[in-house]
Every structure is written in structure tokens, then in C-alpha cells.
Design a binder for this molecule. Structure first.
Ligand code: FAD
Length: 333
């Protein structure tokens, strides 16, 4: 375990806004958590756990205590002719795990290439892209419970995965330490997503071809956080009833929406923001991406508060025009 004081968080989250952690603790192995738990009572109520910092906006100048999972490894747990179970430390970068699996010719996570997540947070957020989500490969999730002072193991049944959600989001006392995923050794391409279907048509792409294509599509659509600070999609796609959708489509016939369940629909937040005229808007160093209206960006020295002010203006404007309330997808601290 490493403990440091007064640590800049600018490079520890993808918006790259300046902020300090009064105390920053790195967990290098699972036993560090027992030591930490013995020395600080109710630590999970005072601390913020951080992974790759790709789903947060920090609006404060400093945070009292930040804990980072630095448990890094990838190993095979079990395998037979058809399947393999792979375990990765919570601090391992998700895309390093994807790269490792693709290089070994194991199928399941290739569509999730390029997501800037830690492995610890992949199940918490149930990360997803291009027709696949973490839940599809989840096997076991390991964490330390700061309330019961015990290590716990969760199976997919325990976690009720749904769209960008898992039960872990309601369990702030759990610090995720490692994950296991179940992969296929036989080809199982998922080309259901339009861009992948168009690209490969009737061909049988290799794992590496799928990974490269996903990375290429992402590169063209999403600004890379090491070049322009951002946290991916800033807002959730609002969900509405059939009646609400009918009212909207009467007023705005070209509105973009998707079916969510039998009687619920998702409105494209990107469409609403673009139609409200915000795409490419810039105010100082805070802005809306020129390539994707759902992504708010930090061009350099925007503070978290600058980004939040811009987000609030967008929320007000979309509410005034469409009478639809946008909600942030990123966690605001
Ligand atoms: C450019 C870009 C593209 C993106 N594309 C996608 C995409 O295609 N699909 C998608 O699903 N998401 C996407 N995201 C969102 C983001 O990558 C995911 O939500 C990711 O899972 C966040 O992981 P993280 O490690 O950065 O979490 P962080 O932002 O560090 O933390 C997220 C939450 O997890 C908690 N947490 C952190 N570590 C632990 C731990 N060890 N134990 C318990 N809780 C912990 C934090 O307290 C916080 O509440 C994108 C983000 C960016 C910046």
C-alpha cells in the first residue's frame, strides 16, 4: 500500500480538471484493505474510490481521501477445449485485458475494445458497446466489504446487471479487487451492431479484425481523453412512455428514438442536444465536442465547475425546447 498527501488528480481522471486529493492511497494487494479497514473506521463513507477516472467530473478543489485499486495482473483460472476463465486485478486497464484475450484467440470481449475503464469498474457500470456488455462474459466478481470486514464473491445472479447498471452501484461499502470473465475458444462474432455488420457483411472476420475495426470506429467518433479531456457520454438517453413519445413526434417528426421495453422508449440525448444547437459550442475551455454532441470536453484549463455550468445550460435549453429532462451519466463530485 502506498499513501501520499496532496496529490494532483489532473492526470488521474479523463476530464483532466485540476483537483487535489488530500490523501491518496494505492491498494497494491488485497491484504492492504484489511490493514486499511483496521486503521480507519467506516472508511468507505469518507473516501472516494477511483479507477481510471473516466466516468467522473470533479467540481471541487480537493477531495479528502481517494483510494485507487492498483492490483494489476491477468491470469488463466481454468480452461478446457471450448472455454476459458480469465482473472484480472481490479487495477488492470480493461483494454489491456481485451488485448490479452484477443491475442490468445478467446472470444467475448473484442467488441468492448477501447473503453477506458479499469477492470474493477467494468462490472459496476456493466460497460457496453457494439452490441456486447460486461454481463455477457461476467463469471465472478471479488470485493472487500468495509461494513462486514470480509472479502466477498459475487456471481452475475447476485448483481442484476442491466443497461449500464449493476447492484454494485448501490453497495458503496464494496471495494472491487478482481474480476473473472468466461470466454469462448470457438469463434462467436457478434456483428449485430450496424457499423460492424456493414463492414464485414458476409465475411468471417478474425478477432483482431473486429478489435481493430471497433478501435477505428471509436477513434473517428469519440475524442481521445489523452488529447481532449472528456468522460464519454455526459448525459443518459432519457426514457419516456408511448404517450410522451407521441407528443414529441407530433412536434418533432424527425426525433431520434429507440425502443427500450414494451412500453418505454429511449430518446437520443445526442439528437436533442444537437437540435438545440449545442454541437461544437465552446465557452472558454469548456465545450461540446464537434464530433459528438453527447460528449462535453475540456480543451485545457476548464474547471469541473465550468463543465458543470455548461451541462446545466444544456439541460435548461433542452427542457425549454423539448420539455425533456436530461440527466448526467457521469458521476459529479
Ligand atoms: C472516451 C470515453 C469513452 C467511453 N466509452 C464507453 C463505452 O463505449 N461504453 C461504456 O460502457 N462506457 C464508456 N465510457 C465510460 C467509462 O469508461 C466507464 O463508465 C468505465 O467503466 C469507468 O471506469 P473507471 O475505472 O474509469 O471508473 P471511475 O470513473 O474511476 O469510477 C466510476 C465509479 O466506480 C467507483 N469505483 C472506482 N474504483 C472502484 C473499486 N475498486 N471498487 C468499487 N468502486 C469503485 C467510483 O467511486 C465511481 O463511483 C467512456 C468514457 C470515456 C472517457
Amino acid at each position: 500500500m502506498k499513501i501520499k498527501n496532496n496529490v494532483s488528480l489532473r492526470d488521474k481522471h479523463t476530464f483532466h480538471c485540476e483537483c487535489y486529493a488530500e490523501t491518496f492511497i494505492e491498494i497494491d494487494e488485497e491484504d492492504d484493505l484489511i490493514l486499511l479497514d483496521r486503521n480507519f473506521s467506516e472508511i468507505y463513507q469518507k473516501a472516494f474510490f477511483i479507477g481510471e477516472g473516466s466516468d467522473i467530473l470533479i467540481t471541487k478543489n480537493s477531495l479528502p481521501l481517494v483510494i485507487h485499486c492498483n492490483i494489476n495482473f491477468i491470469k488463466i483460472v481454468e480452461e478446457d477445449l471450448n472455454k476459458v476463465i480469465v482473472c484480472a486485478g481490479g487495477g488492470t486497464k480493461w483494454d489491456d485485458l481485451v488485448d490479452y484475450c484477443v491475442n490468445n484467440n478467446w472470444w467475448g470481449v473484442e467488441n468492448l475494445s477501447g473503453i477506458p475503464s479499469s477492470c474493477a469498474v467494468a462490472p459496476i457500470q456493466n460497460i457496453g458497446a457494439y452490441g456486447v456488455e460486461f454481463a455477457d462474459v461476467a463469471y465472478r466478481i471479488y470485493g472487500y466489504n468495509f461494513k462486514t470486514h470480509k472479502f466477498e464473491i459475487f456471481t452475475p445472479n447476485d448483481l442484476s446487471f442491466s443497461y449500464r447498471k449493476s447492484k454494485l452501484q448501490q453497495m458503496p461499502e464494496i471495494f472491487v479487487t478482481k474480476i473473472e470473465i468466461l470466454l469462448n475458444k470457438n469463434p462467436q462474432p457478434n456483428l449485430s451492431y450496424k457499423d460492424l455488420k456493414n463492414k464485414f457483411q458476409d465475411k468471417n472476420p478474425s478477432l483482431q479484425e473486429i478489435r481493430n475495426t471497433v478501435l477505428e470506429i471509436r477513434d473517428n467518433k469519440i475524442p481521445q481523453p489523452d488529447k481532449i479531456g472528456n468522460a464519454g457520454s455526459f448525459f443518459k438517453n432519457p426514457i419516456c412512455s408511448k404517450n410522451e413519445l407521441e407528443i414529441l413526434t407530433k412536434k418533432f417528426p424527425d426525433i431520434c428514438f429507440f425502443k427500450y421495453s414494451d412500453d418505454k422508449f429511449k430518446i437520443s440525448a445526442a439528437w436533442l442536444i444537437e437540435k438545440a444547437g449545442w454541437k461544437g459550442y465552446r465557452e472558454g475551455d469548456a465545450g461540446v465536442s464537434t464530433s459528438h454532441s453527447l460528449i462535453l470536453v475540456n480543451y485545457g484549463n476548464a474547471t469541473g465547475q465550468d463543465i458543470l455550468n455548461l451541462a446545466n445550460k444544456i439541460i435548461d435549453s433542452v427542457k425549454n425546447i423539448f420539455d425533456v429532462k436530461l440527466e448526467p451519466e457521469v458521476k459529479i463530485l
